[in-house]
Design a binder for this molecule. Structure first.
Ligand code: SPV
Ligand code: MG
Length: 292
């Protein structure tokens, strides 16, 4: 492992420290280096390299159409663009236990602090698609977790196991059973996803889980739950997975429509980021200095 990768992986150690200190980790979903940097500038603690966001950035749905190489490239760009830990959303791990181990080794070699794999069947469907999500048998997914954790080169690199029990309608009992199995298999944290409009089932999970291992949530459909309340209920990490890309879509759409409607960009100039802002975000001055 090179010194640069080792330094990047210290970001994983920082996440573990926050887990130990019971400090809520607030994570922003991103899909490229620029959105990752905006997340850093806003003060988030980490970046979620979202499969939904990365797929959408290609104009594609989140249906396992992109492969490991494309996710790795996007995650690496985020890692290189910020000082934040990157949590790579690796969907189902692109195959079986061997593929999951390969995912861990490739992402870790790129300095990615954490990988997350979920217990759906490949090819997966985004959790918010109306129906059609299917789960792997728990023991089969546990083997993926075990294989991925076994190949870690740096002990603090995180393996987050995500259960889709609540998404698939299997209920809190099933989510608990699976998460215990996944932690037994070596997962460092569990992501319990829900598409309910209220955090009720997540709260029940947390009560019965009794803080056995850190719990990660993605409150897209229950946005009213305040992060402080979630932390008090036992959440260790909260991921705002898709708000940035949704903002990109709504703003770009509004602005481009206005330009055609008005026949010039004059009316919208003051409501969008300046060219100088983009220069700053992309560290133009630093790079010019390198060449001088
Ligand atoms: C993602 O952001 O890609 C996620 C979260 O996995 S969700 O879209 O809610 O499945
Ligand atoms: Mg995803």
């Amino acid at each position: 492992m090179t010194a640069i990768v080792r330094a990047a992986l210290l970001r994983a150690t920082a996440i573990r420290q926050s887990f130990d200190d019971s400090r809520l980790i607030r994570v922003a979903g991103a899909h490229d280096g620029l959105t990752a940097r905006i997340a850093e500038e806003a003060g988030f603690d980490a970046v979620w390299a979202s499969s939904f966001g990365i797929s959408a950035s290609y104009g594609l749905p989140d249906l396992s159409l992109l492969g490991l190489a494309e996710y790795l490239q996007a995650s690496s760009a985020m890692q290189a663009a910020t000082c934040l830990p990157v949590l790579a959303d690796c969907d189902t791990g692109f195959g079986d236990a061997v593929n999951s181990a390969y995912v861990m080794s490739r992402f870790e070699s790129a300095g990615i602090a954490a990988i997350c794999i979920e217990d759906k069947v490949f090819p997966k469907r985004n959790s918010f698609v109306e129906s059609g999500q299917e789960q792997l048998p728990a023991s089969e997914f546990a083997r993926k977790v075990e294989a991925a954790t076994a190949v870690r080169a740096y002990p603090d690199t995180l393996m987050i196991a995500r259960t889709e029990s609540l998404i698939c309608g299997a209920g809190v009992d099933d989510a608990l059973r699976r998460c215990h199995l996944y932690v037994d298999a070596g997962a460092d944290a569990v992501l319990v996803h829900s598409k309910d409009k209220h955090p009720g089932e997540i709260k029940e999970f947390l009560r019965r889980w009794e803080r056995r291992a850190p719990v990660v949530i993605v409150p897209t459909t229950y946005p009213d739950w305040q992060s402080d309340d979630a932390a008090a209920a036992g959440v260790s990490m909260i991921i705002y997975a898709n708000q940035a890309i949704r903002a990109v879509v709504s703003t770009a759409r509004e602005i481009l429509e206005a330009i055609l409607r008005d026949g010039s960009s004059s009316n919208i100039e003051t409501s969008i980021a300046s060219v100088r802002d983009l220069f700053d975000l992309s560290q133009l001055d630093k790079w010019l200095e390198v060449g001088s």
